[in-house]
Design a protein around this ligand. Structure first.
Ligand code: NAD
Ligand code: WQD
Length: 348
């Protein structure tokens, strides 16, 4: 990618103060893109903008509103007429909460996407990258999963919003040949920026494994519960494909380049974004202890409802088409998560 090609392209990053969004804004700005963030701060803090500025030397433009509100979304596109592409991260993402509050999840995640798609047509914005998830595969029958692996019925309303959003985009692109959308199916994003200025900051008790580990190591939680050691895996604990968040952020820059420079093969495409390697919960815990040298209290408990046994990505199609590959090791990624946690908690 030539830097000059990328100057003056304005990219709308929805959910840009969130975990993956903030890392992506940094990578976009490092590549010379001009960014405008829209976020309603329902799951992130405004101070993230200061930290993006500290890392990149540039403060992105920022607008705070709810993308599920049609008139506000309209107002945004009237004000920002230079937006050429959208990266749409903004969504609710807590699987358990979505079971208790399905309508909130459907409204937020589906209506936001539909408002943006309508705006693309109305304001002539041709390109979108959408945050999908490996959750659309459920428990696949064969591993690793390729993009051709059939999707399965979602385990949760959250997961269902991702499948429905993919379908909405597919259908909308079919009806509108001038539009181009790419859905990226993330596997399990973990880790933090090497500066330790941005990272994952879950509200309340973390649901995800790595933030729970780092909070336990930092003394905020008494002990990590490992959910199940009776799975059909080498050590009995569940297997996932953990992708470094900076690697994941870079995949978005590559996807934007593909869209803006007309490299797409169809006007709706989707790619797995993982490392291609599966690690068990126990392997991850042991790696964390090894690379950080910290004590970690843990015990094995029963399986967590709704969890799948094992999944990891076949990344060959995405690697070949996008010219992108995850680079960071699990060890360095876990270390980055720990450095971030220590920084947030003021630990040395
Ligand atoms: P996050 O919660 O940190 O970021 C999402 C951001 O969107 C937040 O800052 C939130 O305030 C904002 N937001 C939510 N609804 C909004 C609305 N209606 N209007 C404006 N802003 C809104 O989440 P994340 O981990 O960075 O995830 C980003 C995207 O990636 C989400 O779509 C998520 O579903 C998807 N995803 C995440 C993971 C993961 O494990 N983190 C895995 C697969 C897919
Ligand atoms: C990983 C492994 C747990 C916490 C979720 C969403 C999915 C996607 C990514 C957005 C599992 C085990 C966890 C703990 C544990 N998000 N674990 N003790 O479940 O793969 O996926 O995030 O799209 O949709 O469902 O990620 O980090 O919660 O769990 O033993 O305290 O760690 O059982 O095997 P998961 P996770």
């Amino acid at each position: 990618m030539k830097k000059t090609e990328l100057m003056a392209k304005q990219i709308l990053v929805t959910g840009g103060t969130g975990y993956i969004g903030s890392h992506t804004v940094v990578e976009l700005q490092n590549q010379g893109f001009e960014v405008v963030i829209v976020d309603n701060l329902s799951n992130s803090q405004i101070e993230v903008l200061d930290n993006i500025e500290k890392i990149t030397g540039i403060r992105p433009a920022f607008e705070q509103f709810d993308l599920a509100e049609r008139d506000k979304t309209d107002g945004f596109f009237q004000k920002y007429s230079n937006v050429e592409a959208i990266i749409h991260f903004a969504a609710y993402k807590a699987v358990g909460e979505s079971v208790d509050k399905p309508l909130e999840y459907y409204r937020n995640n589906l209506v936001s996407l539909m408002n943006l798609l309508e705006s693309m047509k109305k304001y002539d914005v041709k390109h979108m990258v959408f945050s999908s998830s490996c959750t659309v595969y459920g428990q696949p029958e064969t591993l690793p999963v390729t993009e051709q692996t059939p999707r399965q019925e979602a385990e949760s309303p959250y997961g269902n919003t991702k499948a429905i959003c993919e379908d909405i985009m597919r259908d909308f692109c079919k009806a509108n040949e001038a539009l181009n959308c790419i859905a990226l199916r993330y596997f399990n994003p973990i880790g933090a920026h090497e500066s330790t200025l941005i990272g994952e900051l879950p509200v309340g008790v973390p649901n995800n494994l790595v933030p729970f580990i780092t909070q336990t190591a930092a003394g905020l939680r008494k002990e990590l519960s490992i959910f199940g050691d009776d799975y059909d895996t080498p050590d009995g604990t569940a297997i996932r494909d953990y992708i470094n968040v900076v690697d994941l952020a870079k995949a978005h820059v590559v996807a934007i380049d593909r869209l803006l420079n007309d490299k797409t093969k169809q006007n709706y495409e989707y790619f797995n974004v993982g490392t291609g390697d599966g690690y068990s919960v126990m392997q991850l815990v042991k790696s964390f202890i090894k690379v950080t040298g910290v004590e970690l209290n843990y015990k094995v408990v029963g399986r967590r409802t709704g969890d799948i046994e094992k999944i990891w990505a076949d990344t060959s199609y995405g690697n070949a088409e996008l010219g992108w590959k995850a680079e960071k090791t699990l060890d360095e990624t876990l270390l980055s998560a720990w450095k971030w946690e220590k920084n947030v908690r003021g630990l040395s």
